[in-house]
Design a protein. Structure first.
Lengths: 117, 112
């Protein structure tokens, strides 16, 4: 079974700073996907960024980028120029490649990120 | 033009009652899911349906019964509610063989 671990329950930085959230996972699969989801106080789950395990290049989406270390099974999220609207719970998630349609997300425990003005 | 919508958003009920949460998606997806987020914010999948067929059924008490009348709807019925069922329940949907799941806004269920 796959497991996802986020070792930082809470983090806090000043606006405009850069922050890195850590995530490690355990799997014997070779073909899988990794995600970071954001859950603001509104409770909505929002996909921030996605990484395919077979791609060596780290994914980036504007101010969000990942550091994917496949051998180390590490998948950290870097938020540059942090903004007040980045305040949220962040979840790292794993999905193995399935051949029969349904894709199951396995989530970490979450990191509560607070951006201070 | 909500993509994945759940009703109700909040539900307070007494122990022992039976309740349902409805979910509808207008994205044309063929796969739908129920996830449970407990009081510690931990999210875990409960069920998944693909074209009305049950694909994933994690270790969930029999009191929880999903029903998919068509591929755009996946409802969750819970019998004999217990205090431990208090949580936020998320519906999600995706297209078969794609990786992005779209989530509803969640239903906060409180059992008193």
């Amino acid at each position: 079974a796959q497991t996802v671990t986020q070792s930082q329950p809470e983090m806090s930085v000043q606006e405009a700073e850069t922050v890195t959230l850590s995530c490690t996972y355990d799997t014997s699969e070779s073909n899988y996907y990794l995600f970071w989801y954001k859950q603001p106080p509104s409770r909505q789950m929002i996909l921030v960024i996605r990484q395919e395990a077979y791609k060596q290049q780290n994914a980036t989406e504007n101010r969000f980028s990942v550091n994917f270390q496949k051998a180390a099974k590490s998948f950290s999220l870097k938020i540059s120029d942090s903004q007040l609207g980045d305040t949220a719970m962040y979840f790292c998630a794993f999905m193995k490649h399935e051949t029969q349609g349904a894709q199951k997300l396995v989530f970490g425990q979450g990191t509560r990120l607070t951006i201070n003005p | 033009d909500t993509a994945v919508s759940q009703t109700p958003k909040y539900l307070v009920t007494q122990m022992g009652n039976d309740k349902s949460i409805k979910c509808e998606q207008n994205l044309g997806h063929d796969t739908m899911y129920w996830y449970k987020q407990d009081s510690k914010k931990f999210l875990k999948i409960m069920f998944s349906y693909n074209n009305k067929e049950l694909i994933i059924n994690e270790t969930v008490p029999n009191r929880f019964s999903p029903k998919s009348p068509d591929k755009a709807h996946l409802n969750l019925h819970i019998n004999s509610l217990e205090l431990g069922d208090s949580a936020v329940y998320f519906c999600a949907s995706s297209l078969r063989d794609t990786t992005e799941a779209f989530f509803g806004q969640g239903t906060r269920l409180t059992v008193v």
